[in-house]
Write a protein that binds this ligand. Sequence first.
Ligand SMILES: Nc1ncnc2c1ncn2[C@@H]1O[C@H](COP(=O)(O)OP(=O)(O)O)[C@@H](O)[C@H]1O
Ligand SMILES: [Mg+2]
Length: 315
Amino acid sequence: MKAIEVEGLRKQFDPPKGAVAVDGVSFFIEEGEIFSLLGPNGAGKTTTISMLSCLLKPNGGTARVGGFSITEDPAKVKAQIGVVPQDIALYDDLSGRENLVFWGRMYGMRGQALDTRVDEVLELIGLTDRQNDRVDKYSGGMKRRVNIGVALLHKPRFLYLDEPTVGIDPQSRRSILDGIKDLNAAGMTVLYTTHYMEEAQELSKRIAIMDHGKIVGLGTHEELVKIVGERTRIDLKVDSAAKELSEQWRTLEGVSDVSEPQDGGIRILAMDAGSLMPRLFETARTAGARITEINLAEPNLEMVFLHLTGRALRD
Ligand SMILES: Nc1ncnc2c1ncn2[C@@H]1O[C@H](COP(=O)(O)OP(=O)(O)O)[C@@H](O)[C@H]1O
Ligand SMILES: [Mg+2]
């Protein structure tokens, strides 16, 4: 079942002259999936999330969240979603628990029901032990977890997270990614945005690559890397006979490209590195040469992004 369906969504700030932040975006999210929007700064990820949260009105296109239109039924959409915004908004002089209680009241929760839910959420975000410390004593990762907790208070069916690991330490990042996977395993449908391809790759089966307001590629990791030809890059160095070897390697089955040797260094693009490796060593031995260095790079989303946009994801 399609939990979220987005069709031709468009946002231009200050029309008719302003920037087109989201330019005809279409995708769907299946119930129970973690869907990632991967793109560099300025791609339009936050603007997309804001429209799907009914905080910004689109200038074009439609979207349905849990069957409800974001423009016709915003209240019903909002009731079903939890949103973890890019910028953390918490009261520094309140404790983690007090922040959750505050936001719970904003959602209309009261009394025992609120207390119980806050206990559950603190457990979920792993802050039960530190719940009574003031938020200004928390690390960036802990604040981020309170932020996620706020989004979970009303037991949403869908969770949106907008770059939740930016600016936090590796350990907190780990616990946030694991937390998202746990929530998903318990049935949560997740929309995740990031500019880190490793995160999209780890969390999601299906990934949409976004750039300049458009989705430039969408599919599973395998489908996306096929765009760059599914080739593994093998960089190696030989101690002699580089020219001769590069010519021999070019004729081997499964090799799609071999560079001109440079200081004994040769780059090979291959379809199936596993079966090729022993043959590379064998040819070298026969030629009386030794492979002194070898480096494999599987095709990744970075290469896909570069291929699709001509730029690096990290620029
Ligand atoms: N409130 C705004 N007014 C005008 N332009 C905006 C506004 N918010 C975002 N933009 C522009 O829209 C584009 C997409 O921004 P954003 O959705 O924040 O991208 P991302 O979240 O992928 O970094 C950027 O060029 C940004 O400068
Ligand atoms: Mg953003």
